[in-house]
Design a protein around this ligand. Structure first.
Ligand code: AKB
Length: 341
């Protein structure tokens, strides 16, 4: 008899640390995880099983379904935007082929146990592509269906996988004689720049915000790779986890779309620097733009319209900019470095 479980991929990552805390200890589903790297101790002991491996390895996924009955998937594993530019073929393999493997697994599992499989997919503001900063500034808040012209491999991967998830939910095997419901319940959130106090950013282009704060807390100089006017939407990591949990719990009948924007607050890099200096007055923060990385940030929206998420499934952030810094980032980052993690 296989155990009914929820599966997290990329559990060691920034979102994974927070999500494992929320998902472990559920009485309806045990929690298993896959990650390329060995699990951090604070994660591993919360898992029923942790498999170290690659989501592109079909034999690993076959081993998984031989032991577990998968009812929910939180697919966090991905190569983020900057890292993906240095290894685009590998990024496509992990971000797209890995996602396809898991969507196929979700379909097959749903056919086996006869229940829909919820597939939570963190997409990104990287799915957008403005031609330049002036157009971005003039346009302001962007809806899900505007400016979907990504300029990075990661953004292309995320946009395509949104469509792939929609296909598996509504059109997979549409010409089959014995066509039934696909059983895949794909749900994607386009996250802004997520800022975590307890895990280091890894390979993202929005990472200048968390990197700046963490460097200040360590007493190290930080040369920001965008200029002080560069603007992005951001979100404190606890809200990122909350959005995934609330979205997963929403009744499917309330969802008018499969892909939703969510955001908390937009800030320029200069405003973030100014806020950091309030708590770290000696922080050595300079601006030394790296033109190609700065151009990626300029192609992403200054703000997103998350009205559909608010209307359809009650999204609302707990942390605005003030609370994010006052009650989460500054105190938790100080604690993180004082503990010597
Ligand atoms: C990145 O910078 O690649 C990510 C993202 C905005 O999706 N943090």
């Amino acid at each position: 008899m296989r155990k009914p479980v929820a599966l997290i991929t990329g559990a060691n990552g920034e979102i994974g640390h927070g999500l494992v805390d929320h998902l472990c200890g559920r009485d309806d589903l045990d929690l298993i995880a896959i990650d390329l790297n060995p699990f951090a101790p604070e994660i591993e002991h919360r898992l029923t099983a942790g498999l170290v491996g690659d989501i592109v390895d079909v034999s690993l996924l076959e081993r998984l379904v031989s032991e577990y009955e998968i009812h929910e998937i939180y697919h966090l594993a991905a190569l983020l935007s900057t890292r993906a530019e240095y290894t685009p073929a590998r990024a496509h393999q992990v971000n797209v082929e890995g996602t396809l493997n898991l969507l196929q697994l979700a379909h097959d599992q749903a056919q086996w146990h006869g229940n829909p499989v919820k597939f939570l997919f963190p997409s990104s503001i990287a799915a957008y592509g403005f031609p330049d900063r002036a157009t971005k500034a003039k346009h302001g808040r962007v809806s899900e269906i505007e400016y979907n012209f990504p300029t990075t491999m990661y953004g292309c991967n995320k946009l395509y996988c949104e469509h792939l998830g929609r296909y598996f939910t509504s059109h997979y095997r549409q010409l089959a004689a014995d066509r039934t419901s696909t059983g895949v319940d794909f749900r994607a959130l386009r996250f802004p720049g997520l800022i975590s106090a307890i895990s280091m950013p890894s390979g993202g282009t929005s990472d200048y915000a968390p990197e700046m704060i963490h460097a200040a807390a360590r007493g190290e100089p930080y040369a920001c790779f965008v200029d002080h006017e560069a603007t992005l939407p951001f979100m404190a990591m606890p809200d990122g986890v909350k959005a995934l949990i609330d979205f997963a719990a929403a009744d499917a009948s309330r969802l008018a779309q499969r892909v939703y924007n969510v955001t908390s607050f937009s800030r320029t890099a200069g405003e973030i620097r100014d806020r950091v200096l309030e708590d770290f007055p000696n922080a050595d923060i300079t601006f030394s733009p790296d033109p190609p990385r700065a151009a990626i940030v300029d192609s992403w929206p200054a703000d997103v319209d998350d009205t559909p998420a608010r209307n359809d499934w009650g999204w609302s952030p707990d942390y605005d900019a003030a609370r994010a810094f006052d009650e989460y980032l500054v105190p938790k980052i100080r604690e993180f470095y004082e503990r010597g993690d």
